[in-house]
Design a protein around this ligand. Sequence first.
Ligand code: GLP
Length: 259
Amino acid sequence: MEIVVRPDAEAVAALAARLIADRLGARPELVLGLATGRTMERVYDHLVALGPDFSRCRTFNLDEYIGIPPESEQSYRHYMEENLFRRVGIDPGRTHLLDGMAADLVAEAEAYERKIRDAGGIDLQLLGIGESGHIGFNEPLSALMSRTREKALTLTTRRQNAAMFGGDPERVPARALTMGVGTILDTRELLLVATGSAKAPILAKALEGPVTAMVTASALQLHPRCKVIIDEAAARELGQRDYYDWVFANEPEWAPYRG
Ligand code: GLP
């Protein structure tokens, strides 16, 4: 794992977007894993501005609420259309999201795993982190080997995501479909993005604490190619900051991104 700390949320989004655009430039048929949430809105703004070619890539989103139709503005399908898909003109047939309205959720989850496999696996997966420590919607105690499936959401998550539901956590769906932690770890490269002081305590646990199903983001420590890009506010509780800064300043892989 490599952790890069940038001064603010804008610089974080700019760097994350450049990395994604570079991967797309190097491999136009990239299989790209996508995430939702406020943090990603800025990342997608920067990505759209960089203007990489999405015509040959395929995308798979991490998760979707159960019981919210895709055309509802509360759905992650809608979020993706608004924040990225429509703006880059990607063929909708190349974008994949779980269907939270599926009559058979087990079959939907299995079909999603199959689609990812048939696409040759995900090359780069973008991730945010929830205040519960989740990646995707893998709430505490999600098996670290879990696959795509239905998951009950914690109250912490329903509170965090209440803005789109009139500010009322009770109106946030209680369940979601999500890639499993194991599905996420199968990805060739991972990129976690987080900003703001509210994420500082959970990031310290996830990045520097023990690997535990209580904080599913801690499973990223097991992945051989995982990059974490966070801002000063989110990095506040990290203990090994000097080392992370040294790596960013000195490792050749980061040279194009330092300026
Ligand atoms: C939701 C998504 C997560 C995402 C999280 C972060 O809960 N299911 O995949 O990581 O939001 O949200 P935000 O960027 O708004 O803090």
